[in-house]
Design a protein around this ligand. Structure first.
Ligand code: TIH
Ligand code: FE2
Length: 298
């Protein structure tokens, strides 16, 4: 026993504790470099042959605003607003049929308050004002998909790292990476819901200073609840709600849906650039919250 005690103490001396943010302001020190999906996909990245679009896209990826201050407005060319317009109408209609009530209630409120309109991409400043009055969640722009640890650290402080660029107009119905439509039409209405805000934040809190292995588990729990969860017969996950193609695929029951179970979730492989083959459901948002709280404890 003595020997193992000594061994443990020696180990502690040599393993550096993992730094983690203790406040929103500390989030400015995390690694926000993002995956380069354009390099991954090359010519099959939608819009890769549209030079004006690709230039705009790279300018939109190139900014970094502090988590603690207001988000400056972004510039959207006419084509970007047109893409938004096409998708906004289509998604609203599909959400009324297939999205969970908690999502729809808040989407209607955003529209009634003129925060969302069909002709222009909404600016984060307006959205953040509203979110702040609901749950205190805040959108902070990043250039693309950042690493899981950094992303989860944001959630611990009700900060959601989000995209301001929009998918190319040539393929509006499915995007290969999260964009502003995904974040505004998928995530924002649900982050204004306190239960959803609570379990999202809980995933984030458990990530603070966690081992790499634990981070991988938390990312899967996040992915199969917040991004791709199902509630009863309706859709919860933002990854589905922002793609009209995928909503229809799930709504018409072309995708398998099984009861949410941690063991199964942790055994899944991510599907990032295509429709999901298998999703997991809870009977209500309250039950999903319970599943997530249990899952992050283990
Ligand atoms: N496929 C989603 C959409 O079309 O909006 C975007 C993504 C969310 C998560 C991964 S890719
Ligand atoms: Fe997302």
């Amino acid at each position: 026993a003595m020997k193992s005690l000594l061994l443990n103490q020696t180990k502690q001396l040599f393993t550096k504790p993992i730094w983690y943010p203790r406040s929103r302001r500390d989030l400015d020190c995390i690694d926000k470099s993002h995956r380069n999906i354009i390099d991954d996909l090359g010519n099959s990245y939608p819009g890769s042959n549209d030079i004006d679009y690709m230039n705009w896209l790279s300018s939109m990826r190139n900014y970094d605003t502090p988590a603690d201050s207001d988000v400056p407005d972004a510039y959207y060319p006419e084509q970007a607003n047109k893409t938004w317009n096409i998708l906004y109408g289509k998604l609203k209609e599909l959400h009324s049929l297939y999205a969970c009530d908690e999502h729809n209630q808040n989407l209607i409120e955003l529209e009634n308050k003129n925060i969302y309109t069909e002709n222009e991409v909404p600016q984060f400043s307006k959205v953040n004002n509203w979110l702040n009055s609901k749950t205190g969640f805040k959108l902070v722009p990043v250039g693309g998909m950042i690493n899981a640890r950094s992303f989860l650290y944001g959630l611990a402080y009700r900060v959601f790292f989000a995209s301001r660029y929009i998918r190319h107009i040539s393929s509006p119905f499915y995007a290969v990476e999260p964009d502003v439509v995904h974040d505004l039409m998928g995530h924002v209405p649900l982050f204004a819901n306190e239960e959803m805000a609570e379990f999202s934040q809980e995933i984030g809190k458990k990530s603070l200073g966690a081992s790499d292995e634990k981070i991988d588990q938390l990312a899967k729990i996040y992915y199969y609840s917040v991004e791709f969860g199902v509630i009863g017969e309706k859709i919860l996950g933002a990854g589905i709600l922002s793609s009209s193609g995928e909503i229809i695929n799930v709504g018409e029951k072309k995708c398998k849906v099984e009861p949410w179970e941690l063991k199964k979730v942790l055994n899944m492989d991510y599907v990032l650039h295509d429709f999901q083959p298998l999703l997991f459901k809870a009977n209500s948002l309250t039950e999903m919250k319970k599943f997530v709280f249990e899952a992050v404890e283990s």
